[in-house]
Write a protein that binds this ligand. Structure first.
Ligand SMILES: [Zn+2]
Length: 301
């Protein structure tokens, strides 16, 4: 009996078209304010929270107030992190990170604001980066401001909790893991200087972006000629607000992502396509342009 094979229609023509249009957008607005989100890092194997419709795929992350108020929330958080953080710390940069670094090297990026806390943009070579929501590789004392590296704290807590350190579970976003057990026996490390609560240097839900960081991001936006959102649903207000401000200032607003965004109604350009191949295509087109290949600006749509 012959089995009929079902072949998926390749999305390649769409990718090329989107990449050409993105290149045209970048060439016309060569001082870009770029904002990135989880979609940029999913190609690095870091899971994200939301589906293409911008809805939660899983339980929302820990809230700042709960973390600070509850010892049992902190036990659960750190025990799971001991298992899940490996995915974050061992993640490798993706083609999307590299393409954005290449755009900066070509002079197209005024500022890159990332909502990711994985530092992969910096590892890919981007230099003008603001970690809007902080960085997961640092831990800070909420009492005295003492800082230490996350891996040092994990090593100490693995020593304090050998039975937890030996557990395995599916990795989850933000260095979390899908681990359910009795966390009561878990020993959380406190600040070695003042005994205060140690917390990843990350802006949790329910917390605010430090004002100096927000102001630096706004200053970059005021110097920019256009906005490019990459791999973000903009569902979190701290990121969305910049797009609203840009729109009010009359700046063009483009988005490249697989799913919907909260700013869809404000966008001047939207490409719903896979990030890495589209960005790579745009870089390729712009590089040819830089090397003097005669180039007629493709259409932006
Ligand atoms: Zn302290």
């Amino acid at each position: 009996m012959q089995v009929k094979k079902v072949v998926d229609t390749p999305a390649i023509p769409h990718v090329e078209q989107a990449g050409d249009a993105l290149a045209a957008y970048i060439a016309r607005h060569p001082k870009l304010w770029v904002i990135t989100g989880a979609g940029v890092s999913t190609d690095s194997g870091i899971p994200d929270y939301r589906d293409a419709a911008g809805q939660w795929k899983r339980s929302p992350p820990v809230q700042h107030g709960d973390f600070m108020a509850s010892n049992s929330v902190r036990k659960r958080y750190w025990a799971r992190a001991l298992v899940g953080f490996k995915a974050l710390s061992e993640a490798q940069v993706s083609g999307a990170h590299r393409a954005l670094a290449a755009l900066e090297a070509m002079g197209y990026v005024e500022l890159l604001v990332t909502q990711n806390v994985d530092r992969l943009h910096q590892r890919a070579g981007s230099r003008r980066v603001i970690d809007l929501h902080g960085r997961a590789d640092l831990v800070k004392c909420m009492g005295c401001g003492y800082q230490l590296m996350r891996h040092a704290m994990h090593a100490e807590m693995a020593r304090m909790n050998p039975e937890f350190a030996a557990l395995n579970a599916q990795h989850a976003p933000d260095g979390d893991a899908d681990l359910e057990t009795d966390f009561n026996a878990f020993q959380v490390m406190d600040c070695p200087r003042c005994g205060g609560i140690l917390k990843p240097d990350v802006v949790y839900y329910g917390d605010v972006v430090p004002p100096a960081r927000r102001i630096a991001a706004e200053a970059g936006l005021s110097r920019a000629q256009g906005v490019l959102c990459v791999g973000t649903s903009l569902m979190v207000f701290s990121g969305y607000r910049f797009c609203r401000a840009a729109h009010e200032a009359g700046l063009p607003l483009a988005s490249l992502s697989l799913g919907v965004t909260r700013a869809d109604a404000l966008l001047s350009h939207q490409w719903r396509a896979p990030l890495t191949p589209v960005l790579e295509r745009a870089v390729h087109v712009l590089e040819d342009h830089h090397h003097g290949t005669p180039w007629r600006l493709p259409s932006e749509t």
